[in-house]
Design a protein around this ligand. Structure first.
Ligand code: GLU
Length: 376
């Protein structure tokens, strides 16, 4: 039985969350970028895009707003694909700063290193790593990447861009400071301009949800079916979001929500819930095999795992590859696993009936027992 919620269940959750969020007062628009202060603060929308590409919304999900810092989590994909996660960690870093999003002190405290690509310093340094011989070419690469994630041609909100360009002295200072320490990889004024343009991109809540769904779907856009980021880079990007997606409030967010997310001062927030279904498990299993694993244990915590065991057992029949079943809680499940093709059974505790059943089928059973007394 699958524990992935149905679209109806998701829609109900979205509607409930929307009704609740409507009642929440407090908070205020960011005003250090003057044009953001003018955005109607009662605008509200929630959108969920599933890995099947279904979209469920509530509120004004098609109203555009400035993407701001959420863009950092997607430009990062482009640069990580370009230079690899190892080099990105060396050139930018992968640790929370523990300081506000535009902290200069964080840079000073860490020998001039931006520390992570989701604070302003690291995000601008990330933009400075985008390839291209001039500003136009760099922008063309950046916008192409964003359009692939959103599956549409995004445009710059000129009013926000102008307003932010006129007031971004602090970011300009950060860029020069990084440059002075050798942690900036292109000309500061040009890069700050491109970064500001990227932050001024208009996005709707529905489009943003699709962008996030690309990560949930292992780097493939669930609507266009195009790969937008290498599979191997999805986890490190989500790890960055877990560490610094909401800057120095990320810990609070993770306590409450527990999923990687990225905020923006334009009022948006994107969160990623990775797929946990049969397809996902199949992909992971195949990656393990490709990576040289001699066997795999598929656990009953995965929805639809029986079908996967069956499919893999068929596929690897007659080979040395060993397929086992894990988190087998009772003899009924053990029987199901064995009939599906499991060659060994693992259970988290000792159950005599499970062991006897496995014995009957001549299948190895490995129960988790803390002491001999539990077994005899
Ligand atoms: N463009 C904004 C800045 O650089 C982004 C900040 C944010 O959204 O958190 O200040």
């Amino acid at each position: 039985m699958s524990n992935v919620p149905s679209n109806e269940q998701i829609q109900t959750a979205v509607d409930n969350a929307y009704a609740y969020a409507k009642t929440v007062q407090g908070g205020k628009n960011a005003s250090y970028i003057p044009a953001l202060a003018q955005v109607p603060s009662d605008l509200l929308a929630i959108a969920v895009v599933t890995v099947n590409g279904d979209i469920l919304t509530a509120g004004s999900a098609d109203t555009p707003f400035a993407i701001e810092s959420i863009s950092k989590a997607f430009n990062l994909a482009y640069v990580m694909d370009l230079i690899g996660m190892k080099e990105l960690r060396t050139k930018i870093g992968a640790d929370p700063t523990g300081e506000p999003f535009n902290s200069v002190m964080a840079i000073e405290l860490h020998g001039g290193k931006p520390l992570n690509p989701l604070v302003n310093a690291g995000a601008m340094a990330t933009v400075s790593l985008v390839n291209g011989s001039d500003s136009d070419e760099i922008w063309a690469n950046m916008i192409h990447n964003f359009n692939n994630f959103a599956n549409t041609a995004l445009t710059v909100n000129q009013e926000i861009y102008k307003s932010e360009s006129a007031t971004n002295q602090h970011n300009r200072g950060i860029a020069w400071l990084l440059d002075s320490y050798g942690y900036f990889y292109n000309t500061p004024p040009m890069i700050v301009d491109l970064y500001t343009r990227m932050c001024s991109l208009n996005i709707t809540t529905s489009q943003l949800a699709l962008m996030g769904a690309c990560y949930a779907n292992g780097g493939v856009n669930p609507v266009s079916k195009k790969r937008v980021v290498k599979d191997e880079n999805v986890s490190p990007i989500l790890a960055e979001m877990c560490m610094s997606g909401l800057y120095d409030s990320t810990g609070d967010w993770m306590y409450k929500a527990g999923v990687p997310a990225k905020s923006g001062v334009g009022g948006g927030l994107v969160a990623v819930v990775r797929a946990k279904d049969a397809d996902d498990a199949m992909r992971i299993a195949e990656a393990c095999i490709e990576g040289g694993c001699a066997g795999i244990e598929l656990t009953y915590t995965t929805p639809g795992v029986n079908a996967i065991i069956e499919k893999m057992a068929r596929e690897y029949d007659g080979t040395d590859f060993v397929i086992g079943a894990g988190t087998v809680m009772d003899p009924e499940t053990a029987r199901m696993a064995i009939l599906s093709g499991a060659q060994y059974v693992v259970s988290p505790y000792f159950n005599g009936d499970t062991v006897r059943l496995c014995n009957r089928y001549r299948v190895a059973c490995m129960p988790g027992a803390m002491s001999i007394a539990e077994v005899v």
